[in-house]
Ligand binder design. Sequence first.
Ligand code: SF4
Length: 270
Amino acid sequence: MAKHVVMFSSGAGSWAAARRVADQHGTEDLHLVFSDVKGDNPSPHAGEDQDNYRFLRQAAWDIGAPLVWLNEGRDVWKVFEDNRFLGNTRLANCSKFLKQQPARAWLEENCDPADTTVYVGIDWSESHRLPAIERGYAPYKALAPLCDPPYLDKDDILEDLRQRGIKPPRLYEMGFAHANCGGFCVRSGQAQFKRLLEKMPERYAYHEQKEQNLRTFLGKDIAILRNRKGGTTKPLTLREFREQLQADQINVDPYDIGGCGCFVEEENAA
Ligand code: SF4
């Protein structure tokens, strides 16, 4: 029998993708795979936002398929420390070690490529990522149901959720474009970090300190963000970025959101 596996991220897009798969193929051999990035870190700022964990359970219950909950054991900062590399918008080693590899290991242990299809939650606006997704999941067949019509935007999906009685993750209401990693993602742009500082200053402070600790640990001038002033590119720490924002010394491009490529990019971080 054909097996269907949805990479379930705790965001609205993967719920919508799973909804389509369930409507089309049923739930008899459907599995929702969630890779938790919290590890064993008890901090409320590690892993997903608390409300994402609520959404995750509710969304899986709505789909009616088993939720496979993976946890590699580390959080993103432990990966950066162990790997001696701070993930950033170009290379997110956290995604590779905490999401892609555990999910891949589960697939290889539990699913035969001959009869398994893997689904990811990207939509039509990200369809340029499909070739990388297909390469990344080979020899498994990989599909992105939201790249097919009827085309939905995020507001359509959030409305669908509400109509089914499911409250979307609170991060969307707070204006975050992506709900992954509690509104903190190393792939984010300056606009998303500005929002994190405004909406969740404690979480921003947590990651600001973690970045400082890693800089000290590695003894390197590294940062998630980049300062591109004056035609040169230099690391811009979360501390510097906050100080510049508070002193009104930086203009943030409101479209510099960035994104999360968890599950959908090929990562080559060592
Ligand atoms: S959401 Fe961002 S920070 Fe979190 S694991 Fe994925 S790439 Fe890394």
